[in-house]
Structure formats: C-alpha cells, structure tokens
Design a protein around this ligand. Sequence first.
Ligand SMILES: [Zn+2]
Length: 262
Amino acid sequence: MPELPDVQIFKQYFDATALHRKIVDVLDCDPKLLADLSQQKLSRRLKGKAFSETRRHGKYLFGRFENKGVLVMHFGMTGFLRVFKEKEKAPEHVRLLLQFKDGYYFAYDSKRRLGKIAISETMEDFIAEKGLGPDALELSDDGARFAEQLKGHRGSIKGLLMNQEVLAGIGNIYADEILFLIGWHPKKKAGDLNEQELKRLAAKTHHILETAIDRGAGEKGWPASWLLPRREAGRSCPRCSGTIQRITLAGRGSYYCPDHQA
Ligand SMILES: [Zn+2]
C-alpha cells in the first residue's frame, strides 16, 4: 500500500513526466474514485490547463494546475501513475485517463479502486478539510515539534504512528519498520513515552523515511537490517536471534520480533 515514501516516488515520477503539458481531454474517470466530483466537472477544471507543480502531504499527492486549483490523488492500496504514448502501453486498471496536447496520456491506475481523486482550491484547504496532521517527513525533522505533536495520546504507539490526524504519511508497513528498528513492541503504550523517547522516535522515523525514499521505495532494494524484506511470520530476525511474529493490532497484521522489541 502506498505510504509516504511511495507517494514521494510518485511525485518524482509526476514531476519528470507530467508537468507543463497541456491537457486536452479527460478520457476516462472511474466515478467510484471521484468523491463528490463528476467527470464533467473534472474536465471543466482540467481541460486546456497544464500542471505547474506538485506537492505531497502524507499519503496525498497534489498536482497544481494553471490558474487556481489542485488535482488531489490518494493511491489507496494499489494505485500508481503512468505516462505513455501508445495506448497499448496503458496499464491494466486505468481509473483516470488524461490526454496531453502532445499525444501522450496520463493514467492513474488502481487495481482495487480504493484510492481517491478530488479537486481542491489549494493543498492547505484540502488538508484542513480532511483534518490531516503534519507531514511525517517534515515533522520528524524537528524532534521537539514531533514530541509536542505526539505526546499525551492514549492507545498503542503503532496506532498513534498510523493516525493520519496526528501524523500524516505512515501506514502499517512503515509503522512496523520504525518500531522494529527502534526496538519497541507495537502495543507499547503511547502515553508512557517521555520527551526524550519521542525525540528518539522522531530521529528514527526521519531516517527510515529518507532512506526509503533514497532507495526508490524499495526499487533499489532494502537495507539488510530492515524488517521490510522479511515481513513474514517465522522468518529469522536480522538484528537478533529472534523469530518474526504476526499479531493483529487495530485490525491490521503487525510484524515484529518478540526478542528485541519490548
Ligand atoms: Zn530481533
């Protein structure tokens, strides 16, 4: 499922392939992904415009188009972007298809149709409307601010890391990775963490997110010491002599090492 590092890679792809190309048509759009937007309205906003820049916040990507407005993209469980010239190169589950003036196509693909496409006037408007917390990459760069934002919450630390209203961008996979590398049990109580521990968590979070982005969100492989390449019950822990286990936490499968995560 695309989390912050994956969406950052989508942003790099978007910037390299889709900026400054005039949109002449919206050829296809799956109504399931358009919250309160119709294809007609989407067409009206995008036709004749070009994307001038992108921004990312949490797991959302925003493509700003000329004049005023942003195309908001959330990638659900299986979403990704593809720009191509020949129609036979289209990916298999296109949910949004734009045509550029130069003949290229822009596709948003999502096999499981769980993403979201919207139009907002600005990124800030959308963030406020959704009640999203600060971006996890940005916030974790400032340990004191991070600690301030995360302190005093109840529940498990894993649940807190994944709470998009507190911290935007981290999902199940990166929450597991952060807790694995910092050595904390996923059910550890968030409310027990002191300022120093929260600052340590900020530094670890920042390091993991930056490393993941540097590694192309996995395209260039994972560090051997990480959980991600062996996220499976029964595998041996790369950090100690433990064995990876799976538990269900907040309805999600969580992987951790009971030997070094206390
Ligand atoms: Zn271990």
